[in-house]
Design a protein around this ligand. Structure first.
Ligand code: AMP
Length: 473
């Protein structure tokens, strides 16, 4: 199957060709036909599967005919970064259509948004909080809306946006096409879907595209040795671009600075940054000016950098879902990637849950020349917080096992990239609602095995877990 079978308008096909898409991804094959027919669709797919184009292409096709300068499609997304990415896709794929789209989110001035809304756009990509502001003060009008998309619905629920979404729905015509995309289907999202979708077609892909090309490895390490291990790992690994996840904003900032000091082109991305600085960090990571980006989950949500070669979980995420979301950042679009996770002793219950999802034991590795016995400093303020309770998830899916691949050593870049992007406060209506940050962990760990070959690959259907229950933080 290729894109011509969708019979898209030549102006839209030009966008598909310019984007370099040759074959539709599984979610595109399944979702594009019913969306083009005007049906409601519930899509179980996560970032990295090509889901954005799965809804953007039919929307562009629909809007090509009919009135202009009225908001006819609205896409609601949990974060500013994801909103920008979706908008970029619309701009790229719809370049020849002359349809106009804009992003609406907090943390930036409202007046430029009001002006742009006044000039007339057909598509809005919005985060819930700021969109509600516009609706309340009547600077946005959704009376002519034809298509509503809720993207990453489970994450919006996690971030506490469901009440805002319900409020937004009051401004939207009852007769419309509604598309809901979610990587998981907790009960609250299922209820919402039941309420707002009309006879939906359900399409579902697992983590086929991103994850079957990812190899996983665990690095058991004591908490206080993580930064040393990170440096050692980076020295011994051939990394094109690395996304490092930490549990706290403070830690993301600190590690970004330490990496910079060590000579890496690194930046941090966390909720305390202004929108401009976030964008700068993201753009720099995307265009390769930064080789390493250190981020918290929320800040990194939806990051689409197709060339990410490694995801390193400096801190293991809180849930299995968050793990699959994180590693979905690497191995995108059928490229290979590696996911390394530092684990302390107290992470073991969560590791077992992740292994149940992967359907395989994840390989434990140690670095040969690294001193795992080094004593902890007398007092380390960063890590001297109470331990976090491990969370367990129900994990029915059992993907197949696969093979791994090896990496080769690399050196830090010799040149500096300027100061880490840190410091400013610029949280938005949206980001203020972000989930509460979990307390950092403390505690000892143990090293397990010693070999250094690569571990399991994961195959499809590991992420979509209908009925996996609510995951309110
Ligand atoms: P998404 O899941 O929408 O975030 O897309 C993940 C990545 O896959 C993005 O970089 C898209 O540009 C890319 N992509 C989407 N559809 C295709 C396709 N049919 N062929 C190749 N790459 C694609």
């Amino acid at each position: 199957m290729n894109f011509s079978s969708f019979k898209l308008h030549p102006q839209i096909m030009a966008g598909v060709e310019a984007a370099g898409y040759k074959t539709p991804t599984p979610i595109q094959k399944q979702a594009i036909p019913p969306v083009m027919e005007g049906q409601d669709v519930m899509g179980l797919a996560q970032t990295g599967t090509g889901k954005t184009a799965a809804f953007v292409l039919p929307i562009l096709e629909r809007l090509l005919t009919g009135p202009r300068s009225k908001v006819r499609a609205l896409i609601i997304a949990p974060t500013r970064e994801l909103a920008e990415q979706i908008n970029d896709s619309i701009v790229d794929l719809g370049r020849q259509t002359k349809l106009r789209s804009m992003t609406v989110y907090g943390g930036v001035g409202i007046n430029p948004q009001i002006q742009k809304l006044r000039t007339g756009v057909e598509i809005i990509v919005a985060c819930p909080g700021r969109l509600l502001d516009h609706l309340k003060q009547r600077t946005a009008d959704l009376a002519h809306l034809e298509v509503l998309v809720l993207d990453e619905a489970d994450r919006m629920f996690d971030m506490g946006f469901l009440p805002d979404i319900r409020r937004i729905l009051k401004y939207v015509p009852v007769k419309r096409q509604t598309l809901l995309f979610s990587a998981t289907m907790p009960d609250d999202i299922r209820h919402l879907a039941h309420e707002i979708l009309h006879k939906p077609v359900t399409v579902q892909v697992g983590m086929t595209a991103p994850v079957n090309t990812v190899s996983h490895a665990l690095y058991p390490v004591e908490q206080h040795l993580k930064t040393g291990l990170l440096m050692e790992l980076l020295r011994h690994t051939n990394t094109e671009s690395v996304l490092i996840f930490t549990r706290t904003k403070h830690r993301a900032k600190r590690i970004g600075q330490q990496l910079e000091k060590a000579g890496y082109k690194a930046a941090s991305l966390q909720g305390n940054l202004s929108q401009n600085r976030r964008q700068e960090a993201l753009d720099g990571f995307r265009d390769g000016s930064y080789q390493i980006l250190v981020a918290t989950d929320i800040a990194a949500r939806g990051i689409d950098v197709s060339s990410i070669s490694h995801v390193i979980n400096y801190d293991i995420p809180d849930t299995v879902d968050a793990y699959t979301h994180r590693i979905g950042r690497t191995g995108r679009a059928a490229k290979t990637g590696d996911a390394f996770t530092f684990v302390t002793h107290e992470d073991e219950p969560l590791v077992r849950s992740i292994e149940r999802v992967l359907g395989d034991k994840i390989e434990r590795r140690t670095l040969k020349d690294f001193d795992y016995k080094k004593a902890a400093p007398a007092r380390d303020a960063e890590f001297a917080r109470p331990p976090r309770e491990p969370q367990r998830r129900r994990v029915p899916a059992r993907p197949e096992q696969g093979r791994g691949h090896a990496t080769t050593p690399a050196r830090p870049k010799s040149h500096h990239a300027g100061p880490a992007k840190t410091g400013e406060r610029g949280a938005t209506a949206s980001s203020h609602r972000a989930h509460p940050s979990s307390p950092a962990k403390a505690g000892a760990s143990r090293g397990t095995s010693t070999h250094q070959t690569y571990g399991s690959r994961v195959h499809k259907d590991s992420a979509s877990r209908p009925g996996s229950g609510s995951r309110r933080p």
